[in-house]
Design a protein around this ligand. Structure first.
Ligand SMILES: [Zn+2]
Ligand SMILES: [Zn+2]
Length: 292
């Protein structure tokens, strides 16, 4: 199946997983037709590394941002450095930023101790303490999220949003910026209705290898029904390798497998998916012209 080009719109090329063979991995992506990669910052260090990779490799552009699970480690004045980094001509968006409630203190405690201990926690007042700790984490995540949305608005960039177990709060915050910027909700795992809520406000979603998993009928249904022009392809590598590589290290070349799955779910050919998602990505990220 002939197609011009695919973009892996969300990968973490700077991660140590790729330290030993990064250029080989990038070569394999090129061979699979994945000729452009957007490497995503998650804190100040990885944002700097993302920009450095984008400077070094023609097929790579970067985003800079602070991931919600990183906000505890990042200094309060991260804004200044993010702003400096985001001004780089090869930075195409702010993020990934957002909310992730999966590892809130109370949830982690319940996962670690099980149901019986959860009851004990309630009796000892420990639950109250965990609730307060949850509140502090949520507040810091929200502050960093809003700071990055403000930055994106200021610089005229769009944003890459990470949302996990925090749908309502995420929507409320992004809603405050409605009409002022656009967001892509990456690694989308929700239903068609949730996707519709984003798309009506001009936002996008992107699909990872999750869409190839047997136990993911909801997101497969979404992928089949979401309107063209409202979705993109990503890997989120080194995580979430698609079938048949599930459990192994994921690579940008696997964006092709994600696109193939989207093609089969939507009953079109791979070239059509590649063309459509490329056009969407070009408009959303406004890639730098060759030579920049
Ligand atoms: Zn993410
Ligand atoms: Zn990511």
């Amino acid at each position: 199946m002939h197609f011009e080009k695919l973009t892996d719109t969300h990968c973490h090329l700077d991660f140590p997983d790729f330290e030993a063979d990064r250029e080989v991995v990038m070569g394999r992506a090129e061979e699979a037709g994945v000729r452009r990669m957007i490497t995503i910052g998650t804190n100040l260090e990885t944002s700097r590394a993302a920009v450095a990779l984008a400077e070094r490799y023609r097929g790579v552009v970067a985003t800079v941002g602070v991931h919600p699970n990183e906000v505890g480690e990042v200094p309060d004045d991260a804004y200044d450095e993010l702003k400096r980094l985001a001004a780089h001509p090869r930075v195409v968006a702010v993020g990934e930023c957002g909310l992730d409630y999966h590892y809130l203190p109370s949830r982690t405690a319940k996962r670690n101790f099980g149901a019986v201990a959860a009851a004990t926690l309630a009796q000892t007042g420990e639950e109250l303490a965990l609730g307060l700790a949850d509140g502090a984490v949520k507040a810091r995540q929200e502050a960093f999220f809003r700071m990055q949305l403000d930055l994106a608005m200021e610089l005229g960039l769009n944003v890459v949003v990470h949302q996990r177990d925090s749908w309502e709060d995420c929507l409320r915050i992004v809603g405050d910026y409605c009409g002022k910027l656009r967001a892509v909700f990456h690694c989308f795992g929700g239903g068609a209705e949730e996707a519709g809520e984003l798309i009506k406000d001009g936002h996008l979603i992107s699909f990872t290898g999750l869409v190839t998993f047997k136990n993911a009928p909801v997101v497969q249904e979404t992928a089949a029904r979401v309107p063209g022009g409202a979705f993109m392809v990503e890997t989120d590598c080194p995580y979430l390798a698609p079938v048949p590589h599930r459990g192994q290290r994921c690579e940008p070349q696997h964006a092709r497998l994600v696109a193939e799955k989207l093609a089969s779910l939507r009953r079109v050919n791979l070239a059509a998916i590649a063309e459509e998602t490329e056009r969407t990505a070009e408009m959303f990220f406004r890639f730098p012209q060759p030579g920049v």
